[in-house]
Design a protein around this ligand. Sequence first.
Ligand SMILES: NC(=O)c1ccc[n+]([C@@H]2O[C@H](COP(=O)([O-])OP(=O)(O)OC[C@H]3O[C@@H](n4cnc5c(N)ncnc54)[C@H](O)[C@@H]3O)[C@@H](O)[C@H]2O)c1
Length: 335
Amino acid sequence: MKVLVTGGAGYIGSTICSALEDSGHCPVILDNLITGRPEFTANRIFYKGDIADNNLLNNIFSDHPDIFCVIHCAALIIVPESTEKPYDYYHENVAKSLELFRFLSQEGCHRVVFSSSASIYDKTANFKVTEESPLAPGSPYARTKYMMEMVLQDFCQAYKLQGIALRYFNPIGADPKMRSGIHVKNPSHVMGKMVDVALGKDPVFKITGVNWPTRDGSGIRDYIHVYDLARAHVSAVEKFESAFLQSGQNDYLVINLGTGNGVTVKELVKAFETAYGQTITTQEAPPRPGDIAGAYANCDRAETLLKWKCTKNITEGIADALEWGRIRESRLNWS
Ligand SMILES: NC(=O)c1ccc[n+]([C@@H]2O[C@H](COP(=O)([O-])OP(=O)(O)OC[C@H]3O[C@@H](n4cnc5c(N)ncnc54)[C@H](O)[C@@H]3O)[C@@H](O)[C@H]2O)c1
């Protein structure tokens, strides 16, 4: 099947493209490279441009009328930056997605898979969340995801669209065949920072937030291997029709994508040190703006509707992150 992947030059979008190809599908990438990497588009159908560019969208769909589904990953994604630059985040993630969804509902393809985020969940006493758990997005970034879920749901109800919002927990690792991985010079996510400390690029790994009400005070997350996450998108495309039939819903579904296991940051440091074979220097620090205690996923719905579950463990995620960290400078032309 042919699948349009917006943000397909990014960390997750490029891994989705690899997983689609591994299953015999054909990704078509739309990315303006604001943060994404041209290297990840090599040997793939690639349109450089903006998701809100109506003319470009027209060209893509007239070149590829057989696009079966759109996976919408394109977004700005850095939580602390979103607290400093909310206009940019609402403009890129909300206003432009609104234009993309308008185009798709009128003339493009009517099946949409949307990259949402577990950061929209409210705090819960035991940190485990189902898709019905209360929502309370804690940052401008998270609010953009929450708003676009609501927009997608309303569009699906009013127009011909069918949408699946996938709420990602915390992706780690890299493509197991090392086709892509974290690409920013200074990663803001926990695993990228640990790898930078292990490789001597940063002196210390800061455990940001140590007074959360978790078992050891550090934040709790559900770390999912990025290739498992990518495979879930392949399942969402392949099972698109049957997921709706089975769920009894006509036009809109929300599905958590995680492992089902909560791991604290301090536990992740230990797992990292075991996989790495050495200790890393850590330092306790206050939470960053927009940080939350965290959550982990109940993934029953993904298993039932997408026939998907994770197959990779946290050690494999750490090992792939380390391997990618060692080679990425030779793969990416940052100059
Ligand atoms: N990385 C995570 O931890 C995480 C967690 C939950 C959800 N998500 C969601 O997954 C998606 C992908 O995240 P990622 O980690 O791969 O980020 P990324 O920055 O690596 O990829 C985003 C891609 O979108 C492109 N892009 C941004 N705005 C665009 C626009 N207006 N038009 C065209 N292309 C545009 C960028 O160039 C980049 O290639 C995002 O929607 C993000 O909100 C990520």
